[in-house]
Design a protein around this ligand. Structure first.
Ligand code: MF3
Ligand code: CO
Length: 262
């Protein structure tokens, strides 16, 4: 599948899909607290998505049974919401969500601490987010795709973290997953040349320990092999001739304060 270049109209639809997803994440961030179940998060997320006339991208995607992927502690991604899985103080939780607006997808993930978390956990969440911003310094027309990958991987590895290699970011548009695949580590090729109008979901998944992961018997939940903590941070971005546009992080939402820059 070739990489699609979005028209001005398509970009406007993707931007709206992104703004709505930003609101979904803001609503979820507000309610996170010890004692709630991961299914509570999924229920609220789906409700907010539908309240904007959107469809959850993930629900029934390849058989995935929920709207929000909720991954706790050593779970990397694709955790399945469960009414019996109760969040407790000190946990970290990654929320990955996608919406379809008028046929166009947006995709974004955040990792949060529940109540007070360890220094180690907070550092992991911060470095994961920072690695995304390090990567997208290279997300500009004329650069190569794997410039982004290498920058993300280098940033996390230099700080002693394990960079997940089995899962990648991806192009996005009328499909949740489009070409190209976007690794989070250095490659021995340059990758395709970036062009204005490409829309990409860049999503580092970073482990406190080793990079290796396993799949649980539910066929979905990805966990760190050494059961160390893992964090995830993702935005849908638009390549331009200049700085990339962060479609799922516009800074216009109500929760944009200096301390809460998720
Ligand atoms: N952000 C995730 C990804 O890009 C989407 C979850 S996959 C699903 O892979 F199957 F759960 F939808
Ligand atoms: Co994604």
């Amino acid at each position: 599948m070739p990489i699609t270049i979005k028209s001005a109209r398509e970009i406007e639809l993707m931007a709206e899909a992104g703004r709505i997803l930003e609101i979904v994440h803001e609503e979820l961030a507000k309610v996170l607290r010890p004692g709630m179940s991961t299914l509570d998060i999924d229920r609220l997320g789906e409700e907010v998505i539908r309240s904007y006339g959107c469809t959850p991208s993930f629900l029934n995607y390849n058989g995935y049974p929920a709207s929000i992927c909720v991954s706790v502690n050593e779970e990397v991604v694709h955790g399945i919401p469960d009414g019996k899985r109760i969040l407790k103080e000190g946990d970290i939780v990654s929320l990955d969500a996608g919406v379809i607006y008028k046929g166009y997808h947006s995709d974004a993930a955040r990792t949060y601490g529940i109540g007070e978390i360890s220094r180690e956990a907070a550092d992991l969440i911060r470095v994961t987010r920072e690695s995304f911003f390090e990567g997208i310094k290279y997300a500009k027309e004329g650069n190569h795709l794997f410039d982004i990958s290498a920058a993300i991987g280098r940033y996390a590895q230099e700080r002693g973290y394990g960079v997940v290699r089995d899962l990648c970011g991806h192009g996005i548009g009328t499909n949740l997953h489009e070409a190209p695949e976007i690794p989070n580590c250095e490659m021995n090729r340059k990758g395709v040349k970036l062009k204005a109008g490409m829309t990409l979901a860049v999503e580092p998944m970073i482990n406190a320990g080793g990079w290796e992961v396993d799949w649980l018997d539910d066929q979905w939940t990805v966990v760190t092999r050494d059961r160390s903590l893992s964090a995830h941070y993702e935005n849908t971005i638009l390549i331009t001739e200049d700085e990339p546009k962060l479609l799922t992080l516009t800074g216009s939402g109500p929760m944009r304060t200096a301390e809460n820059k998720n």
